[in-house]
Design a protein around this ligand. Structure first.
Ligand code: BG6
Length: 473
């Protein structure tokens, strides 16, 4: 990740590149939508020229190549040259994940590879068994493992999974993926915070009134009903994506570019997040969710959640962090709004909280960094209006998160992956409010969730609507 930064001894020690990539669940949805496009992009950039071994329950190599082509056709297009190279490196092992013979075949397919990267793109209940079989067959030796989210189902199961993985892999060889951390604008948040001196003096409880993060999606659950019934919005995007973004916004500056230094600062924030109480959140479910295939008729799983979070540090004491995520909302957009306090005196009349200065970070679908200020409307009266100074504006990610993260994991750079401590600390935050600890309220599709969520932001000027500052790319 830190291409231009001097490398520390630890980084150099860590960075022997993986000499084979094993993808468990190669015929699954994640591989189809994300992994094949990432692999082709890596080949195009000259970042991937090692054996790629797909593992799945059934099928053969020809079928796998056909599926890879189909995946690329639907997700960005086939680059024939890169695709030919990808196929030349592709091998396939079919078999049951419980069966040790599958892993013996994998060992053979790995040949002399000394540092394979094993990507577990399989349902979470299979993580432990695959890790164990990898170890028993000798495939884990010298290897690394990438584990997909959700990492556990609650604090207890996340701890258990960590313990299990540690039986077979050292912490520095475990890469817990959260694709949000691979997003260009999320990286830019980190960069923008610590590459500018003007921000630091105001980035604290003295100047910041509140922080809001909205992750709105206008679509529903579409084809993932079973997964979603097990998961819900808190586990799906709050415990990971939204708390990760919060930790980047709230952390102190790392002392060095060492991956551990950044992760340590973020972990401190996770540990300082106050565990949520039932009064800190409102859950919602869109009308019609229960009628979808695979959803229980009496399901109380939330498709929307709004949270008021406290971070008990010197810097953030008393500053509310409001997080909101939901499906079937009026727009698809993820946006961070850092609202600054009002000027101490109303020289030109009272300013509402909504009209204060702010920093706005649009994380998707387009990317914006903007500073909100007030300027005088031309004319006789001393009346102001909001203006935005746009510091950065482009239409999207240059490098897809999965490409970036796979490349990092191959190189052994764990900066953008969740560590054991932070993942457990994040579960500790949401653990008290999982399941039916709070009621779930209905909301109509295409609205901003149940109106009960408005009470959470009370005196802070209401929820920020990401459509308000829409700027054409
Ligand atoms: C995934 C969640 O992790 O992130 C999905 O499981 C969500 O429910 C998705 O839609 C959002 O990611 P992105 O990159 O499309 O904004």
């Amino acid at each position: 990740m830190w291409n231009s930064a001097p490398r520390t001894t630890r980084e150099i020690r860590m960075t022997s590149t993986s000499d084979a990539l094993v993808v468990f669940g190669i015929t699954g949805d994640l591989a189809y939508k994300q992994i094949f496009p990432a692999l082709q992009a890596m080949v195009q950039r000259g970042h991937l020229d090692v054996p790629i071994i797909g593992v799945a329950q059934s099928g053969d190599l020809d079928q796998l190549r056909a599926r890879a082509r189909d995946s690329l056709d639907k997700h960005g297009g086939v680059d024939e040259k890169a695709f030919a190279q990808l196929c030349a490196n592709l091998k396939y092992v079919a078999g049951d994940y419980q069966d040790s013979a599958t892993f013996d075949r994998l060992r053979k397919a790995l040949g002399g590879a000394a540092r394979p990267l094993h990507y577990l793109a399989v349902p979470p209940p299979l993580f432990a068994v695959v890790a164990e079989r990898l170890s028993q067959s000798g495939c884990a030796k010298g290897g690394r493992v990438v584990v997909e989210k959700p990492f556990g189902h609650n604090l207890a199961s996340a701890r258990m999974l960590n313990r299990t993985l540690h039986l077979y892999f050292s912490e520095s060889s475990i890469f817990r993926i959260d694709h949000y951390l691979g997003k260009e604008p999320v990286q830019n948040l980190l960069y923008f915070r610590f590459a500018n001196s003007f921000l630091e003096p105001i980035w604290n409880r003295n100047y910041v009134a509140s922080v809001q993060i909205t992750m709105a999606e206008s679509f529903g659950i579409g084809g993932r009903e079973r997964f979603y019934e097990e998961t819900g919005a808190i586990r799906d995007v709050v415990q990971n994506h939204l708390l990760q973004v919060t930790s980047i916004l709230a952390s102190d500056a790392p002392a060095s570019t060492d991956p551990e230094a950044i992760r340590d600062q973020k972990t401190q924030i996770f540990k300082a997040m106050r565990p949520l109480a039932p009064t800190d959140l409102v859950r919602g479910q869109f009308t019609g969710y229960r009628e979808e295939d695979g959803v229980a008729a009496d399901s109380s799983v939330e498709t929307f959640v709004a949270v008021r979070l406290a971070i008990d540090t010197w810097r953030w004491a008393g500053v509310p962090f409001f997080l909101r995520a939901g499906k079937r909302l009026p727009v698809t957009a993820t946006e961070v709004m850092v609202t600054l306090k009002r000027p101490p005196q109303a020289v030109f009349g009272e300013i509402e909280p909504r009209q204060s200065n702010f920093l706005r970070f649009r994380l998707s679908p387009n990317v914006v960094i903007a500073l909100g200020a007030r300027a005088k409307v031309p004319g006789e009266a001393m009346i102001g209006e909001e203006v935005e100074l746009i510091a950065r504006h482009h239409s999207g990610d240059e490098m897809a998160p999965y490409e970036r993260l796979l490349g990092d994991a191959m190189r052994g750079d764990a900066t953008l992956f969740a560590g054991e401590d932070s993942v457990e600390a994040a579960w500790r935050v949401v653990d008290p409010v999982l399941g039916d600890a709070t009621p779930v309220y209905c909301y109509a599709p295409n609205t901003w969730g149940p109106h009960e969520a408005n009470a959470l932001v009370g005196g802070e000027g209401g929820w920020h609507d990401p459509r308000v500052h829409e700027v054409a790319p």
